[in-house]
Design a protein around this ligand. Sequence first.
Ligand SMILES: Nc1ncnc2c1ncn2[C@@H]1O[C@H](COP(=O)(O)OP(=O)(O)OP(=O)(O)O)[C@@H](O)[C@H]1O
Ligand SMILES: [Mg+2]
Length: 459
Amino acid sequence: MTAVSGEQNRRWHWRSLRVRILLATLLWVALGIGGIWYSATRLFAKHVEASYHDELKVHIKELAGLVKVEPDGTLRMDRPLSDPRYLVPLSGFYWQVSLEGHETIRSASMTRGSLDESVAHDSTIHHHVEKGPSGPTITYGFIRDVPGAGEVHYVIATDERLLDETIASFTRELTVWLIALACALVATGFLVVTFGLRPLDRLASATARLRAGTARELEGDYPTEIAPLVADLNAFIDRSRETVARARVEAGNLAHALRTPLAVITDEAERLAQTERTSRSAQTLLEQSQIMVQQIEYQLARARSGASARSPGMASRIEEVLPPILSAMHRLHAGKTFAVHQPEGLDTAVPVDPVDLSELLAILLDNAGKWGRSEVSIGMEEAPEGLLVRIADDGPGLAAEQAAEAFRIGTRFDPGIPGSGLGLAIAKDIAVAYGMTIELCPRGDGRSGLEVRLTISRA
Ligand SMILES: Nc1ncnc2c1ncn2[C@@H]1O[C@H](COP(=O)(O)OP(=O)(O)OP(=O)(O)O)[C@@H](O)[C@H]1O
Ligand SMILES: [Mg+2]
């Protein structure tokens, strides 16, 4: 659960590719859609205004053609304007014709109010926004001079509200469509990011499997952009595995090369120790040879374990490495029992090289066999930090200050039992290389003896 949410967090971290691509998509969609919205509404408003103005110009010309001035100055109209909206009361379409000193005629739609005839102040068509019978109107007017009658004022008007309503309804509809388009684009971006970056998720889990030791290389098919990287990484992993193997072989060879001359020196020193004249020098030679043997054994054990060059893709199971160690322990420590307690269903797979794990467990079991009186128990359980292995014996145990010292090279507290004092130093080296913790504590059940607690991280 925590691992899953941790992975989710990483996926949606602000530095993740996903979040960056999505933010860029959001920004791009916002700018694009915003730009389309702004320019489309502007263009539409301009277009609607222009067509309204053209229409009114046509209407005022038609009006001028239809109104007759009688010789007595009476204004007369034989038929109405062709647009029926001038007949519907307060429709928003109005006209008015006036001649000084005579009755003004108006459209049937203008059941109240009047139009400002000052708009018509010369012979060219002018337009203004004026107060009209049903709100502000776009008013057009011009004057025609009728010989013998005077100046006739022609005024025609449309409610500005009609124009505004047309533009507003277009804007509303456009906004809804553009919001839908923006949502579709963002959803597409989300899908593209989710599917497009899947190979990287697969690569992450392949790397996790490699680190956990359940795979020996990065597995899976990858797109052409990533495949060369995966192939290179796999080649690198192979090479580092080979390097470790070669280093182990060379370390073994070095051991053989040094052991024989050292054995000859030790033999010679022992022979010289017989002679009184050389016995003191021989003693020094023997002591120094002993230190050399100790150091060589320690360094070779380290090199052999390969712990210093831990390579990916390693895994072992406790129940698989334990049996050969136990049969060796039965032979080495005859008469002592080694009881394994493994809970049902416990997964003992750990990302540790089997050779290193065997060596580590052999060192701890050998100590328990050497100092335990009759019984050694090996327990395993799941702990928050990983797999916890407890090896408990019924021997004398160690005091707290001895336990702290015991990991140093050559430290021995009990010269009565043979050993070189290297076991725990090597065990500690292996443990540190794999991020394990190893503690020497008194037994938990209050009986005398030592309990070694080895916690093996699974990551
Ligand atoms: N289970 C144990 N009970 C009591 N004392 C222990 C136990 N394990 C280790 N010690 C003490 O810690 C010392 C260091 O142990 P370590 O395994 O490093 O060396 P060793 O067993 O003496 O020699 P080597 O393992 O190199 O053959 C031992 O000499 C012993 O005094
Ligand atoms: Mg030992």
